[in-house]
Unconditional design. Structure first.
Length: 162
């Protein structure tokens, strides 16, 4: 990453932009967990865990089966995740805060470095993600394009949550 092309985004700004980019990949039948697993993007969704770890993390939500294969169990996890998104009235699985805490911690699961990598992979933007502060370019100014992107991302989320 060259210093001249690097932009600094606050963690909330990076999450808002990623949320907007990831929402475009999902629909009412496919959670980001399923899409990320199928496309090998973002956190890799359900496929980030081997079979034993997937079972450990998801059995309290979807149970166990000796006759279903991994793909079928992932489909049950996807359906559970979609139902949880509806129950909590959130548009993306990463925004659903589960009380179980064993499957995924949502956005809290990712470090700032992880978020920066996801911004590059998903959004095609090389950024540095910092905990707090405004989104700045290297010259210290927040660009109007960045402010517009954040407003559009927030509006898109509100529209999907309504």
């Amino acid at each position: 990453m060259s210093a001249s092309s690097e932009t600094v985004w606050s963690r909330p700004a990076a999450v808002a932009r990623l949320r907007a980019g990831l929402l475009a990949l999902t629909d009412e039948d496919h959670s980001i967990c399923q899409v990320a697993a199928q496309r090998g993007i973002f956190c890799h969704g359900f496929r980030r865990w081997n079979a034993a770890e997937f079972d450990r993390r998801w059995r309290s939500a979807i149970g166990r089966s000796t006759h279903l294969n991994r793909a079928q169990m992932e489909e049950f996890a996807n359906l559970w995740q979609l139902a949880e998104q509806l129950r909590q009235r959130v548009a993306l699985a990463c925004d659903a805060k589960t009380q179980r805490g064993d499957s995924c911690r949502g956005w809290d699961e990712f470090s700032n470095a992880d978020l920066a990598r996801f911004c590059a992979d998903v959004l095609g933007r090389n950024v540095e993600v910092v905990e707090h502060g405004e989104s700045l370019s290297l010259d210290g100014s927040e660009s109007s394009k960045d402010r517009k992107s954040m407003r559009e991302a927030a509006f898109a989320e509100d529209g999907r949550n309504g």
